[in-house]
Design a binder for this molecule. Sequence first.
Ligand code: C2E
Ligand code: CA
Ligand code: CA
Length: 237
Amino acid sequence: VYQPKIDIGTGKIVSVEALSRWNHPELGQVSPVDFINMAEQIGMIKPLTEWALKTACSQSVLWREAGFSAIRMAVNISPSHFLDKDLVPLIKGVIKETGMLPSDLELEVTEGVVQTNQENLAIFEHLKELGILLAIDDFGVGYSSFASLKHLNVDFLKIDKYFIDDMLTDNKAKLLIGSMIEMGHILGHKVTAEGIEKKEQFKMLQEFGCDSAQGYLFSKPVSANEITMLFDRSFTC
Ligand code: C2E
Ligand code: CA
Ligand code: CA
């Protein structure tokens, strides 16, 4: 399924995030939180990522061919896979096979992987050389934020829902969000906020100068067909 990210300035969808779903015949809809962990434990995370990347990139190419050329595709990469030597060749292969424009692809990785040893930095650099965009997901809840920001060349910081949830009631959460946006901008990153459910949150993020937003307020994760209907819409506060 796909969930849109809205440009706060224009109100238009600029990107969609691919979120995996497992429709199990007996268990029903299994949350990715459960099966991603399991996939990591049993060594299935690589085929799963490969499937998610191929599915998402093929969809992105279809949208571009249908004339929706301003929509990027974001794919989550789990930490253990991000640090694997096979990741860069996998991404290269999928881009080649699907005909995806590298600049249409965003990879979301959590702060856990964003450590500053030479090998990790080299992976970021190789991915940037391919021309794809990188986002630090769940920003603010990890443990490596500041040291890693000093070294890394990422395009987006994605502020975690944890802060958004009580930004309207907790002054500290609000101050932290404002500071993260300001710091992100000073360091040359774009800032996205996730988990927006209320108009007031959207409004406050706009006042803070946040670049893009994602959440149930705009759309839950939906099928490719359903999201296509939203591409022409404008979301305003
Ligand atoms: P995430 O990357 O932080 O994605 C955001 C999660 O919050 C998604 O849950 C999304 O459906 C949900 N969400 C978005 N907006 C709102 C909102 O306004 N309110 C609420 N309550 N929730 C919202 P989902 O789809 O269950 O995914 C959970 C996590 O599983 C993701 O967190 C991501 O880390 C992981 N994941 C999902 N698909 C993949 C995948 O293909 N590969 C990998 N490695 N991880 C994945
Ligand atoms: Ca994500
Ligand atoms: Ca999150």
